[in-house]
Each structure stands twice: as C-alpha cells, then as structure tokens.
Design a protein around this ligand. Structure first.
Ligand code: NAD
Length: 327
C-alpha cells in the first residue's frame, strides 16, 4: 500500500474506532460486534507497524477506554488501569512467549492463566479495612465514582478480614441467569432488550440511582491488587492473599510452565465456557514473577507481561443490529 492510501485509511479507522469506543464505553450501546471491532483495531495496528510515522499519540491503539461521563464525580486512579494486548491464535501466543524469553534472557517462563470475564473493570478501595470507594476504569487515569452502585454487589465484603488500606482491581459482571431474568422482565414490560450481559452490567453500574443497580444481581471477581509487587513476589501469592482477605477470586486460575500448557487451558475453556454461569470472552495469560514483570514494563496502553487470548466470535454482527440497546 502507498503512504497516501495508508494515511487515508488510518484516518478513517481513527474516526470509526473513536465512534465505536464512545458507543461501547460511554453509551453502553455498541452497534458492531466485538470481533468486528477487533478486526478494525488489528488493521490499524498493522498499518501503524508498516508506517510508524502514522502512529499518533491520540490513536485508538494508544488509548485506554474513554473519558468518564461528566455527571459522575471523577476519581484519579492510584496507578493506571490498563488494557491488554490481544492474541487471536496459537502463533500470536508463541510470539508473546518468544518476546518475553528474549527480553528476560530466560528459556522457561511461569504463567498464570485466568478466565477473561466479560464485564467491566472496576477499582475498589478499602480504608482501614472498610470499603470506601468503587470506580470505573474510564480512560485508565481518571474513572467515574460508582461507590454506591458497587456497594450493591452482595459478594463484595464491606469489611475486610484485616484493617488495611488497599486498592484492588476486578471485573464486575452479570451472571447469565440474571441477564436472562432481566431481559425476560423487560420483554414482558415491552422495554428494549439488552444485547449482552456485558452491556447490561456496564449500564447497571453506571446508573445515577443505586436502587436500580441493587435490583440487578451483579457479581464481581477480583484479579489484582495495586502495589502487590511491593509486598509479594508472585501473582499466585497475591491471589492467595486477596482470597484470605475475604475478596472473591475466580477459582479457575491455573499455573502453566509452557505455552503448550497455556494452550491446553485455552482449548479446555473454549469447549467448557457454556457451562459457566457467566460469560467469558477469552483467557488472560500473565507472567507470574513480579521481578520479571518489572523488567518487561508497559506500553502506552498495556503491560508487556500479559496478553488476552480472544475466543473466536460466537455471534454475528447482524444479531447486534437486530436488537435495540438500552441502559
Ligand atoms: P480487553 O477487553 O481486550 O482487555 C482488558 C480488560 O479485560 C481489563 O480492563 C479487564 O476489565 C478485563 N479482564 C477480564 N478478566 C480479567 C482478568 N482475569 N485479568 C485481567 N483483566 C481481565 O480490553 P479493553 O480495553 O477493556 O476493551 C477492548 C475490547 O472491548 C475490544 O477488544 C472489543 O472486544 C471491546 N470493544 C468493543 C466495541 C464495540 O463497538 N463492539 C468497542 C470498544 C471495545
């Protein structure tokens, strides 16, 4: 492709992706499937790799989420809440593994594999062991204060086992059964249906009236702790500590010592995902050792020590187009 054509396409992709970001992150009302969005994003990444001078700081490849809605109080995150880079096949995973081995000089890496819960990222703070704040990811630096809505999640302890100051990150989601119940109720009332549990969860948590969130049985899995590398040496240790404090960790996480083992975990969950009580859209693979994570660092948008493997799409775009979406 010639530079001029690439430039034109890049500008068009910026515009399209920005529009879809607003619909997805701000309005909770997407009009294309995640797979279609991922294809547009991959095309932009490829063009920026071929023509590095076309990569700008405001490119959708360099930005996390979207800015917070103005009618929520803003919350500055203690440390950035990032996105994850994506893998779509086994080759992408092998490349990820090779990059890590090259950067660390090691020939064997221990990974932790986790289910990628299809909900929305939240940050939760405790002060002296008492729940004090809940926030959305927003643009990664600044999120929305949704403390009262997060408080309606029954599995969230309002008091920890130990009176410490703590910030954890996790994924809030709507269980499949609850999603079905809500949509049936909406159908009975002649109200427009939610397209999927993710949008229903995001819409519920970003309601100004916490009573509405309380009527929807949202749930939460915690997958990380801010500052954990100052206290623990591995992700496994952090997971055990989070659980001990009384917070809910997804029980299906597994340690893998090679990409073959990671792939086995992926294949297993690709087959078994329908049996889970909640939606997953992939598998997250993270380097276990915190010293290695420090060595690997971050890009503008994501850590270099983790990757999200995305399952192939189950739904067609037309399904989304047929459904009228509402929060
Ligand atoms: P992402 O969904 O690819 O991955 C990062 C997120 O994964 C984290 O922020 C966290 O919320 C979540 N997550 C779930 N389980 C996790 C775990 N165990 N450990 C760590 N994180 C976990 O990235 P993103 O920036 O949140 O969103 C981008 C994706 O959103 C796109 O790839 C696309 O699928 C979707 N999207 C769709 C549209 C659309 O119009 N359909 C628009 C924008 C984004």
């Amino acid at each position: 492709m010639q530079f001029a054509d690439a430039k034109e396409r890049v500008l068009s992709l910026h515009q399209q992706l920005q529009e879809h970001n607003t619909r997805y992150y701000v309005l909770d009302d997407p009009i294309i499937s995640d797979a279609e969005y991922d294809r547009l994003m991959q095309e932009l990444i490829q063009l920026e790799t071929s023509f590095p001078e076309l990569q700008t700081a405001d490119s959708p490849t360099q930005r996390v989420g979207a800015e917070p809605l103005p009618f929520f109080e803003k919350v500055e995150h203690t440390s950035r809440m990032l996105s994850l880079s994506n893998a779509f096949n086994r080759e992408d995973l092998m490349e990820f593994d090779q990059r890590i081995k090259k950067a660390t000089g090691l020939d064997q890496i221990t990974y932790v594999c986790e289910l990628k819960i299809d909900g929305l990222a939240v940050s939760i703070r405790y002060q002296d062991g008492i729940y004090s704040l809940g926030a959305t990811r927003g643009d990664g630096q600044i999120g929305e204060n949704i403390t009262q809505n997060v408080k309606t999640i029954r599995s969230l302890p309002l008091k920890l086992a130990t009176p410490i100051n703590l910030e954890v990150r996790g994924e809030a989601y709507l269980p499949k059964k609850e999603f079905e119940r809500i949509n049936k109720q909406r159908a009975d009332n002649g109200e427009p249906l939610f397209a999927n549990p993710r949008n229903a969860a995001a819409g519920s948590l970003r309601q100004l009236d916490p009573k509405l969130a309380a009527q929807r049985a949202l749930d939460l899995f915690i997958y990380g702790m801010d500052g954990s590398s100052e206290v623990y040496t591995t992700h496994q240790e952090t997971f055990r500590a989070i659980k001990k404090l009384g917070l809910k960790v997804n029980p299906e996480w597994k340690v893998a010592t090679s990409i073959d083992e990671v792939w086995e975990y992926i294949e297993h969950w690709q087959l078994e995902r329908s049996k889970l009580g909640y939606e997953i859209d992939g598998i997250v693979i993270k380097v276990d050792d915190y010293a290695l994570r420090t060595k690997l660092g971050f890009t503008a948008k994501s850590p270099r020590w983790a990757i999200a493997y995305k399952f192939p799409a189950e739904e067609a775009i037309s399904i989304l187009e047929d459904i009228e979406l509402r929060v």
